[in-house]
Design a protein around this ligand. Structure first.
Ligand SMILES: [Zn+2]
Ligand SMILES: [Zn+2]
Length: 537
């Protein structure tokens, strides 16, 4: 940690602008680095902001900051009332609270002389605000730091491809690494369970034999278990349970999703095929729709592990205020043996008695119809695995999947970020996805499906003409119904533009929006433009 801190401290003392990417494995003490760097900023007479993805998930972080800086900390997040926010804002502005801890909007905190901007888990999508005023906290922080001669410290166990690329040799960011856990505690041992074999052995249940045995072993020893399930997919993917084949769009390499008219569709370019009754790879009949809910996992766990105390944490069980903390507290106190949950349990939790993490199904994330699916899978598996073995007992992780050979799963199992990075960059380059290009997502919404669709096709007509004139470079995908094709009574169609230059995409879209006025009233839907969206659902 000291080695990592030196270059940061030097820049802080010199009052120079700089961006650092701190790549540290889970449990390597990144938070300690942030606290030290913030202290250094204070010593130079300046202030600092530390941002976390979601404040509700990090009461432990708030405690750490208060323990270190006491009343000097202001906490800013979206759950504050206007009045509370105003009070905190004043404390920051007056210099009474020179340390700010908050979510993405804290990047705008009115520090008199900002010296340091810390962004923890910089790869998280929550740093981008996607409605109203669109901004990415990372970009704002870098701009502010440039203007004021401050330092930006981005931290993650799984840096975003964009950031890692910029931290290459001789490039904009400087890379700092913490490759070991504190006190050289080992990273958990990760095993990949091939679910195709379970089917062959006649086990059609949710739990593989290996996971069942591992859970029983922990129950015998009185240790705790986390069972992780990705939030139920928005999209229904079709997977062969015997050979693991997933049907993908030949053009976009995106998983096709199942629709009630018994067809499979690509939500980028609208390529459709009839849903096959047998696997085109191995002609198995076990080709089925995917997605198991936490409730179903809970039912089966109760049946399999009768003696265990089981609690579940997902959006259904945490709707009431404080229920999130209550469930965690009782689990930490040992009132249950097994905690079943979604994304909520993946991040930042320190549960020392957990020695086994079971990932029920890695494929729901892996086959999301989104070009970032592999990256999200690697991030999620790394985060989840990081929950295991944080106490004195060594940890183990079991990942159940029908794609045991996929590089994002094998790399996560080997704790090999660089291996994942190289593979994924190769794929992105080959397909021309970011960070090798920029994407613009145009969303057309209307209460009437036909109007949304008509608008999308009118837009397509415009772009096709413009692109012919411009010649090459920019690619047009769609129109197609969005993966989430109806939200709050509005139908959604989308168009994707892909090109090497962000500005030329922006210009083209501006021209389109200008022209819109002239083609109304034929064009009715609301248009929403998102450049480099974090998700493509
Ligand atoms: Zn098959
Ligand atoms: Zn496609």
């Amino acid at each position: 940690q000291e080695q990592v801190l030196k270059p940061v401290a030097r820049l802080l003392e010199e009052g120079q602008f700089g961006v650092f990417l701190l790549h540290g494995v889970t449990g390597s003490g990144k938070t300690e680095v942030y606290l030290h760097a913030l202290s250094t900023a204070l010593k130079t007479g300046r202030q600092g902001v530390a941002m976390v993805p979601e404040i509700a998930l990090t009461p432990q972080m708030i405690d750490l900051f208060r323990a270190r800086f006491g009343r000097k900390v202001a906490v800013l997040h979206s759950a504050l009332s206007d009045r509370e926010r105003y009070v905190q804002w004043l404390r920051v502005k007056s210099g009474e609270a020179p340390i700010v801890l908050g979510t993405r909007s804290a990047v705008f905190a009115p520090l008199p002389r900002p010296g340091l901007f810390v962004i923890d888990e910089e790869h998280e999508t929550t740093y981008k605000q996607e409605d109203h005023l669109r901004y990415h906290a990372r970009e704002v922080a870098i701009k502010r730091a440039q203007l004021t001669g401050a330092v930006v410290l981005l931290g993650s166990a799984t840096p975003s491809l964009e950031s890692r690329l910029k931290a290459g040799k001789g490039l904009v960011y400087r890379l700092l690494e913490l490759p070991h856990r504190i006190d050289h505690k080992p990273l958990p041992e990760v095993k990949v369970v091939d679910m195709r074999r379970e089917i062959k052995n006649g086990n059609r249940g949710i739990f593989s034999q290996a996971l069942t045995e591992a859970v029983n072993l922990r129950l015998d020893r009185g240790e705790q278990i986390l069972l992780f399930l990705n939030r139920r997919g928005y999209a229904t993917i079709v997977v062969c349970r015997e050979c693991g084949l997933v049907l993908k769009c030949p053009r976009c390499d995106i998983s096709l999703t199942y629709h009630l008219d018994n067809r499979l569709r690509c939500h980028y370019c609208n390529h459709t095929i009839p849903a096959p009754g047998r696997c085109p790879g191995c002609s198995s009949r076990y080709i089925s729709h995917f997605g198991t809910g936490t409730q179903k996992v809970e039912e089966e766990a109760k049946r399999l592990f009768e003696r265990a105390g089981i609690v579940r944490m997902d959006s259904d069980t945490t709707t009431r205020k404080g229920s999130h903390e209550r469930i965690l507290k009782s689990f930490r106190e040992g009132k249950a043996d097994i905690l079943i949950g979604t994304q909520m349990i993946a991040k930042g939790l320190d549960l020392p008695k957990v020695t086994l993490v079971g990932v029920i199904n890695a494929d729901t994330t892996l086959h999301m119809p989104d070009f970032r699916a592999a990256e999200r899978t690697f991030q999620l598996l790394t985060q989840v695995a990081g929950r295991s073995g944080r106490g004195d007992l060594p940890g183990e992780v079991l990942i159940q999947t029908y794609s045991p050979d996929h590089y994002s799963i094998t790399a996560a199992a080997a704790h090999d970020y660089e291996g994942f990075y190289k593979n994924e960059m190769r794929v992105r380059r080959a397909l021309g996805y970011p960070p090798f290009s920029h994407l613009a997502l145009l969303l057309f919404t209307h209460e009437d499906e036909d109007e949304a669709k008509k608008g999308a096709f009118l837009a397509q007509e415009f772009f096709v003409k413009e692109l012919l004139n411009a010649g090459g470079q920019i690619d047009l995908l769609g129109p197609a119904p969005a993966t989430l094709n109806k939200i709050k009574g509005r139908h959604r169609w989308q168009l994707v533009l892909k090109g090497p230059k962000r500005n030329s995409l922006k210009e083209l879209i501006r021209e389109f929006l200008d022209k819109l006025e002239t083609i109304r009233p034929a064009f009715k839907p609301v248009v929403n433009v998102d450049i480099n969206p974090q998700g493509m659902l």
